[in-house]
Design a binder for this molecule. Structure first.
Ligand SMILES: C[S@@+](CC[C@H](N)C(=O)[O-])C[C@H]1O[C@@H](n2cnc3c(N)ncnc32)[C@H](O)[C@@H]1O
Length: 209
């Protein structure tokens, strides 16, 4: 079995550049907890592996995950990211500009995820990354299944939720919602899934092509 030292080794394989480190500091200060460097590397990898030209994100935060996604996407790929905190998106916009990302490569939409997502185009996205309200993860899956193209990938952050998901004694609403999501994805024959134990856990789901 993997030890904590091995997990730390896997995380440390991907040291972060100054742009991501600066966005991370803003995200942590705001309480918009960023993806870990290892989880960020996994997002870049997954975006590259589906040759992503269009990615939708729920939970912009201060832009750490966005930086990693944009790096893995096609050079002309566009990230559409939703967050109901305008201040978080202001910092994300600054982080993308500082990293030299052209403004036409990202579209930041301020609003509640469950109000904005229905306006996005069906099957228009190669990858959907979910990092919003954990209690809404089941509803985000419904939306993401409509948004992603056949063969595309949906990725949920916090799939291990601070070690609570694996502990059956933990029954708070966030933990229960994430556990229900994992069960649902595992029981759905048209979905292929993988739980990656980097950061706080990434649940990657591929929709049948
Ligand atoms: C964990 S942070 C995202 C961190 C970001 N993905 C990163 O790696 O830098 C979660 C974000 O989701 C936003 N959020 C939470 N619930 C939301 C909702 N229902 N609709 C839109 N945004 C939401 C919060 O404002 C916060 O910025």
């Amino acid at each position: 079995m993997t030890t904590a030292a091995s997990l730390a080794f896997a995380e440390d394989l991907h040291p972060e550049d100054d742009h991501a480190a600066s966005a991370r500091a803003h995200g942590e200060r705001l309480g918009a907890t960023p993806v870990s460097p290892g989880a960020g590397a996994a997002l870049s990898f997954l975006a590259a592996s589906v040759s992503a030209k269009a990615v939708a994100e729920i939970g912009t935060g201060a832009g750490v995950s966005g930086l990693y996604l944009l790096r893995g996407m096609a050079p002309d790929g566009v990230l559409t990211s939703v967050d109901f905190e305008a201040e978080h998106q202001r910092l994300a916009r600054e982080a993308f500009a500082a990293a030299g990302i052209a403004p036409q490569r990202f579209r930041l939409i301020t609003g509640s995820a469950l109000e904005v997502l229905p306006r996005l185009i069906d099957h228009g996205y190669d990858l959907v990354f979910v990092d919003g309200d954990k209690v809404e993860y089941g509803e985000y899956l419904d939306e993401a299944l409509r948004l992603v193209r056949p063969g595309g990938v949906i990725v949920f952050d916090n799939a291990l939720w601070h070690d609570r998901v694996a502990d059956p004694a933990q029954r708070d609403p966030q933990t229960t919602a994430i556990r229900d999501l994992i069960t649902r994805v595992r029981n759905e024959e048209s979905l292929r899934s993988l739980l990656i134990p980097l950061g706080d856990g990434l649940l990657a789901v591929q929709v049948a092509g």
